[in-house]
Design a protein around this ligand. Structure first.
Ligand code: 4AD
Ligand code: MG
Length: 529
């Protein structure tokens, strides 16, 4: 039976099982393909399998936008003798119904994805009812609780693809540059970073911690392979709900034997540049869809800026920082006034006597506008505090989130901040031999207010200095004996860094909050689904 004459089952009165059986029978007869391969099939008849993204109909013609995981394709269905049986059902197929569409491929520049399918057959796998995420705007709380469905949406789909490419770029960089992958454990007997953020778990009756970092383990491994890296999930019990903190996040950590601070910084520079380049090369369209400012990513060229912590402190106390925040205050207040007006207008529509769909749309838009409003109000409340923190920044304290944001925004490329006061940083960092108040470390701040995406350092290779620091920090020496062995047997200068993967994805995609940068974000109080 040629596909054109095939009668598709009715939308509503078929069980999913029956539908699947029919689907299998039909499958043998035509070329199955995916939307990303339509370019190979122009002029031919193919079958796509996917989900209804959107439908639109006018008279005798229906447009079904199908998504199939590889892209979107507009399928055009005309009502005629051959399609009469299923035309009416197909044109009303609810969003996210699963289906197969058979038709002839044509190239069409105006169509989404550049190709169109003149449909000759539609086969419904499942007619969906009441898909919760509709094209109208939804509040973030609602979307987070529907994360398992939310990531079918176009924006989330783009982000996840960019993330996957960034993973590949990362592995490629290290694999191509002679690094050996060493996977580090997730159950860790001791702290790698601040003890306040450890997750304790029961390990056959003994307490162990979820790894905060793989660093100590790759330090050991680099003494065997010279250049190594690990890339895996890490855990921090961050008791704050900020836009830049997750309690489970992925970190990539290279470690290099016989490397000093400058060498490690250079690797970080090449590494970050290579990720940005790859994402720009492969995902320009997605970035545009995400409204990402492409020029600012293209500006990520070598050399990145380098300033010391001491210079950063001066910057914070100086007039540029103050001016930046004063302007923010003015801009944000203006936006709040705009939103006040918008909310009032939308409210009037939502409660007015118009059509129900108009009222629903307005009500949905109010939720989103209110969210932006309350975020802005919080920021406005915080600005004076951030100004004060910056103006009174004291040498010796760590840079806070708002300080990082300021420094980051005052640079149009990533900026390395080096040589922090040693006691605000971790025990393993190498003391600067020319100035024992500071360490040979760096944070890499991404521009546009993103802030720290990398933390790294030269490691203290001297046994006595390391022991003294462990004692000073009150860490239990016995837990670190294996680590101290690295300073007892063939100790050499070495160093490395850790790149926070979600922060990097958020920066690449221009996301304000980390929660969209990972499929299933874990934050304080949030672990569903
Ligand atoms: O600066 P951190 O704490 O450095 C380390 O863990 C070192 N052991 C890395 C090393 O030298 N091998 O963390 C590294 C990066 C940060 O720059 C940040 O990007 C990210 O990890 N990060 C987080 N990302 C999301 N949520 C959190 N709670 C994060 N904490 C750190
Ligand atoms: Mg850090």
């Amino acid at each position: 039976m040629p596909p054109a004459l095939r009668v598709s089952p009715h939308v509503t009165d078929i069980s999913p099982l029956q539908a699947r059986r029919v689907g299998r029978k039909l499958a043998a007869m035509e070329t199955k393909t995916t939307i990303d391969r339509l370019c190979d099939h122009v002029g031919r008849t193919v079958t796509l399998s996917g989900w209804v993204y959107n439908t639109r109909a006018s008279g005798k013609i229906a447009f079904i936008i199908v998504r199939d995981g590889t892209g979107l394709c507009q399928c055009v269905l005309e009502r005629n003798d051959r399609t009469a049986d299923f035309f009416d059902d197909a044109r009303k197929l609810p969003q996210e119904s699963s289906l197969e569409v058979t038709g002839v491929v044509s190239a069409d520049e105006r169509a989404v994805g550049g190709y169109e399918l003149k449909a000759t057959g539609v086969h419904v796998v499942q007619a969906t009812r009441d898909y919760p995420i509709t094209p109208k705007p939804h509040g973030i709380e609602f979307l987070m609780r529907h994360r398992h469905l939310w990531f079918r949406s176009k924006r989330q789909w783009h982000i996840m693809r960019i993330r996957a490419t960034a993973v590949d770029a990362i592995r490629r960089f290290f694999n191509d540059n002679g690094y050996i992958l060493v996977d580090t454990p997730i159950f860790a007997p001791a702290a790698g970073e601040e003890i306040q953020t450890l997750f304790k778990v029961d390990y056959f009756g003994e307490p162990v911690f979820l790894a905060q970092t793989g660093q100590l383990y790759v330090e050991a491994a680099c003494m065997s392979h010279r250049k190594v890296y690990c890339f895996g999930p890490t855990f921090r019990a961050e008791k704050s709900k900020t836009r830049r903190h997750l309690s489970e996040f992925w970190m990539v950590e290279p470690e290099i034997a016989y490397a000093g601070l400058d060498e490690v910084i250079e690797v970080a520079e090449d590494f970050v540049r290579s990720i940005v380049e790859r994402v720009l090369r492969d995902h320009r369209d997605e970035l545009i869809e995400l409204d990402r400012n492409i020029e600012s990513l293209e500006a990520v060229k070598k050399p990145f800026y380098r300033i010391t912590y001491t210079e950063a402190a001066e910057l914070l106390r100086g007039p540029k920082a103050r001016e930046l925040l004063e302007n923010d205050l003015v801009e944000k207040k203006a936006r709040v006034a705009e939103l006040d007006k918008k909310i009032e207008e939308l409210d009037a529509v939502a409660k007015g006597g118009g059509k129900q769909w108009q009222k629903d749309k307005a009500a949905a838009e109010v939720i989103v506008a209110r969210e932006e409003h309350s975020e802005l109000e919080e920021q406005i409340r915080n600005i004076p505090h951030h100004m004060e923190l910056a103006a009174n920044f004291r040498w010796g304290s760590d840079l806070g989130g708002s300080d990082e944001t300021i420094i980051s925004r005052l640079h149009d490329r990533p900026v390395f901040v080096t040589h922090y006061p040693k006691y605000v940083k971790a025990f393993y960092m190498r003391e600067d031999r020319n100035d024992d108040r500071v360490t040979e470390n760096f944070d890499l701040l991404a521009p546009e207010g993103v802030g720290e995406i990398i933390g790294g350092s030269a490691r203290e290779e001297d046994l006595d200095r390391l022991l003294a620091r462990i004692k000073h920090d009150g860490l239990p020496q016995e837990d670190y004996e294996w680590y101290l062995d690295l300073r007892r047997y063939g100790s050499v200068p070495h160093g490395g860094f850790g790149l926070g993967f979600e922060r990097t994805v958020a920066w690449l995609c221009g996301l304000k909050h980390l929660r969209e940068s990972i499929a299933y974000p874990r934050m304080m109080g949030k672990f569903y689904p």
